[in-house]
Design a protein. Structure first.
Length: 251
């Protein structure tokens, strides 16, 4: 069982999400556990104060080290297990890191708020991660992103293992388009090849669509993808077609 320890001022945000859908099922099946810890419960003053004004002045409030250290030290975590702080300054969180974290016994995540943490709190982190180049109100949404991305990789959580094998980013490529019934909707038909029953051709079509979608939408991912000679030939073809279409649109 993988255990998540979430240090947050708003535990209900974590608990509500984690009680539903795939993660909720993983918890009920005892494949996952998500525990929340509120630093206010570890304050020694009667006002349960977790923030204060920054030294040197400036707008906003900064989260104090005392309650967060006390919370962290009270968690029954495995020795040398990863400790994550979600911050815009962190390394972008990617699928490869999710796979690495899925091999851990437990994971601790600090959720920030206000103007962020007192810098001394960062000293306990083994990883500082970012889920995007934008600012959020708090660290709960990034923490939930990590819980979801990592939790679904735990055996028995997602269900069908084939779903994991074919997901975006696992091969460095985006997924191909998917269709279900009806075969035609508002003059938009399902590609005939998907209804052909020819699994070899369907597999080839899906691979090509995945390559094409990645080239057009996230071309930087191709640098890390494992590509065959056939893949590269198809990409060259797509590149030529794209350049021709671009020139025609400009003329």
């Amino acid at each position: 069982m993988l255990k998540f320890h979430i240090i947050t001022l708003f535990p209900e945000l974590i608990q509500t999400y984690c009680s539903t859908s795939i993660i909720g099922r993983g918890i009920r099946n005892e494949r996952l556990a998500v525990h929340t810890y509120n630093p206010r419960d570890y304050c020694l003053d009667k006002y349960r104060k977790v923030d204060d004004t920054p030294y040197g002045g400036g707008a906003g409030m900064v989260l104090k080290p005392e309650p967060f250290f006390a919370t962290f030290e009270a968690i029954p975590r495995a020795l040398n297990s990863p400790v994550l702080i979600t911050t815009p300054q962190g390394v972008p969180f990617k699928q490869a890191q999710a796979r690495d974290l899925a091999n851990c016994e437990d994971i601790t995540i600090f959720c920030g708020h206000y103007e962020g943490f007192d810098e001394r709190i960062h000293s306990v982190a083994t990883h500082e991660i970012s889920v995007g180049d934008y600012v959020l109100t708090g660290g709960e949404l990034p923490a939930l992103t990590v819980i979801d991305a990592v939790g679904r990789l735990i055996p028995g959580v997602l269900g069908a293992s084939i779903s994991l094998a074919e997901e975006s980013f696992d091969e460095g490529l985006l997924e191909p388009p998917h269709y279900t019934k009806p075969p035609e909707f508002r003059n938009m038909p399902v590609p005939e090849i998907l209804r052909s029953g020819d699994h070899k051709l369907i597999s080839q079509w899906r691979r090509q669509q995945s390559l094409k979608r990645t080239y057009l939408r996230r071309p930087e991912l191709l640098a890390q993808a494992t590509l065959s000679k056939e893949d590269q030939r198809y990409l060259d073809q797509i590149a030529d077609e794209h350049q021709t279409d671009t020139k025609e649109n400009q003329s």
